[in-house]
Ligand binder design. Structure first.
Ligand code: IMP
Length: 199
């Protein structure tokens, strides 16, 4: 699903800092509808398998918990945390593990839950990391995909929305740890400097 039907409404939000504004790209209602479809797709592919969701902290928290409640059947989940360095033109693509998984994924049907696929360097690292742990199945679901920014040759099995190259916040996504609690996915803009672009 693409976001061609982009809402252009500016949003006032109590946590907004001066000089920053947000406008809705994908409303919480659209996210909710799309999540139901994604859950049906995933469950359709694995009708009777226990599903082990792995959320990448922290951006995927709302996405994972909402998706988990839409998936019928047996569902468990775990989280891990990584930090990515230097996504600019001189990027090394280095990704560092900050928090490991709590339980083994060997033999499990694993669904990696990511907030946004940008360059793809984080996902590339994660896929290699998970494959070594011998899951039965390994699938990836992303809420947002900035296809135009891709560097690594990776793609998700399930994608919520393809979005343009804009810096987005809300529904778990942050700018400097802020705006995660915005219910909608919004484009972040700076009054003085124009749009915030990813590095
Ligand atoms: P990648 O390795 O470039 O694909 O980066 C993925 C990570 O970068 C995501 O999990 C986010 O944490 C962060 N990121 C990329 N684009 C955005 C954005 O527009 N808003 C907020 N975080 C972003």
């Amino acid at each position: 699903m693409s976001t061609s039907r982009t809402a252009r409404k500016s949003k006032t939000f109590p946590g907004l800092r001066s000089g920053e504004s947000v406008r809705v790209l994908i409303s919480s209602a659209r996210v909710k509808t799309r999540l139901k479809q994604l859950a049906r797709e995933i469950r359709g592919d694995f009708p009777s398998e226990p599903l082990h969701l792995i959320g990448v902290l922290k951006g995927s928290v709302f996405f994972l918990t909402d998706l988990a409640r839409e998936l019928g059947g047996e569902v468990s989940f775990d989280f891990l945390s990584v930090s990515s360095y230097g996504h600019g033109t001189d990027s090394t693509g280095e990704v560092k593990l900050i928090k490991d998984l709590d339980v083994s994924i060997e033999g499990k049907t694993v669904i990696v839950v990511e907030d946004i696929l940008d360059t793809g360097l984080t996902l590339k690292y994660l896929l290699r990391f998970f494959e070594e742990k011998k899951p039965k199945h390994l699938r990836v679901v992303v809420l947002l995909d900035k296809v135009a920014r891709r560097i690594a040759d990776v793609q998700a099995h399930y994608t919520g929305f393809v979005i343009p190259n804009e810096f987005v916040v809300g529904y778990g996504l942050d700018f400097d740890e802020r705006y995660r609690n915005l219910p909608d996915v919004c484009i972040l803009q700076f009054a003085a400097r124009g749009k915030a672009k990813t590095a």
